[in-house]
Design a protein around this ligand. Structure first.
Ligand SMILES: Cc1ncc(COP(=O)(O)O)c(C=O)c1O
Length: 415
């Protein structure tokens, strides 16, 4: 079943607006997705109808707020195939989730001279917390090489695993190359080597059918704002037995069972990790977003995005003055709807400015993956378009026209 894109588009109020006098063409969903009315309404209904703090109120609207906040975790668990709401810790975003793992699990399990292994295709948020942990503990941070500028070099991965890292962390889908990594296989290999595994799902959870029980990783992180939910809500998803053993990173209200002047004991999961008043409206919005995606069906979401990405790659192939990064069309099965490219002789910021004047939102720069862009792509800045459930082929056509305009304006004409 394919997505009914026209009906989906009607759910997104922003898609009826203009940018620079032109109908908005939004091709920057890898940075943040647009929000459907169902999510906007869920947040505003909470404020208009039952705004109250959660967990502690013994009155109707506080009970409803608590119920919806907890219920949202159930919906998210269903979307990604997690066990139950007890495995879902709400945090601000994927970045915070990785930091919590590094600070809690990392601090307890990584010591001097131990190794942490990540890949060379990571977003800064899956590099910097590990660098900080390594520095704190005197540990060694290793990087898995990339082959053909597109995918994890599995033989290098195997070799680096022989050094028995304590933690392995890698992105499920790259925000620059679009590469989908085989999270299940990589997790199995890491587990055989005795490492705990964190999978960065910031670019996969919004776009792919995910079954965490099947992948088997220890930690999975995601950001709500990239998957139709509000900003400021994300999730750290982990198996209960691991969360039980971990120390909380933040202390304060709600995360405790008892407090005396001498010591405190911790609340049950997942509340032990949620200190202080939470982003209640964000959680409620996350639930609405998860239900929206569940209703569409993630298989259908994937099929739509795969088709539009394939179309974009085909159209870009026609332009001999454009270089596209990441897996090619023949590897479309291992590519999400993220397409980074470079127009010969045109700086990516100039390209983005031309797109902007045409009402098209794309991103340019290092995409918070400076080492990847510098070392693997060998550039300082590239352009990126990224697709979601509401994008159409004719928007790809508009992007192709804008590339032509940018080339005309800033680059030398192709011979
Ligand atoms: C692969 C990947 N990981 C992590 C992040 C961090 O997400 P956030 O800024 O929402 O924490 C991003 C954001 O672009 C990303 O693309």
């Amino acid at each position: 079943m394919s997505l009914d894109v026209e009906s989906i588009r009607r759910d997104f109020p922003i898609l009826g607006t203009k940018m620079n006098g032109k109908p908005l063409v939004y091709l920057d969903s890898a940075a943040t997705s647009q929000k459907p009315i169902q999510v906007i309404d869920a947040v505003s209904d909470y404020y208009k109808g039952y705004n109250a703090n959660i967990h502690r109120g013994i009155y109707k609207i506080a009970e409803k707020a608590t119920e919806d906040y907890i219920g949202s975790k159930g919906d998210l668990a269903k979307l990604v195939g997690a066990g139950s709401y007890r495995e879902i810790v709400y945090v601000r975003n994927a970045t915070e989730a990785i930091n919590v793992v590094a600070l809690s699990y990392g601090s307890a399990n990584v010591g001097k001279g131990d190794r942490i292994l990540i890949s060379k295709m990571e977003h800064h948020s899956n590099i910097v917390p590990w660098q900080m942990l390594a520095k704190r503990k005197g540990a060694i941070l290793d990087y898995i090489e990339i082959e053909d500028g597109a995918r994890i070099d599995m033989s290098d991965y195997k070799e680096k695993l022989e050094k028995e890292p304590k933690i392995v962390s890698f992105t499920h889908a790259s925000n620059v190359l679009g590469t989908i990594n085989n999270a299940k296989k990589m997790t199995q290999m890491a587990h055989s080597a005795g490492a705990a595994v964190l999978v960065d799902g910031a670019q996969s959870a919004p776009h792919l059918p995910i079954n965490l029980k099947d992948i088997g990783c220890d930690f999975f992180v995601l950001s709500g704002h990239k998957m139709l939910a509000p900003s400021g809500i994300g999730a750290l998803i982990a198996k209960e037995d691991i969360l039980e053993k971990m120390e909380p990173v933040y202390g304060g209200g709600d995360m405790i069972r008892t407090v005396s002047f001498e010591k405190s004991t911790w609340n049950e999961l997942p509340w032990k990790f949620e200190a202080g008043t939470q982003n209640i409206e964000g959680g409620i919005g996350m639930g609405a977003a998860a239900r929206y995606l569940l209703k569409l069906g993630m298989e259908n979401v994937r099929a739509h995005e795969r088709a539009i990405t394939e179309y974009a790659l085909k159209r870009l192939e026609e332009l001999e003055y454009v270089t596209v990064y990441g897996p090619g069309i023949k590897d479309i099965v291992s590519r999400v709807g993220v397409v980074a490219f470079k127009i010969d002789g045109v700086h990516s910021h100039d390209a983005a400015a031309v797109f902007d004047s045409e009402g098209i939102a794309i991103r340019s720069g290092h995409h918070c993956a400076m080492p990847l862009v510098r070392e693997i792509i060998d550039e300082t800045s590239v352009s990126r378009m990224s697709f979601y459930i509401y994008n159409r082929d004719d928007e790809v056509d508009s992007a192709i026209d804008a590339i032509g305009l940018a080339k005309e304006k800033f680059g030398r004409a192709p011979r």
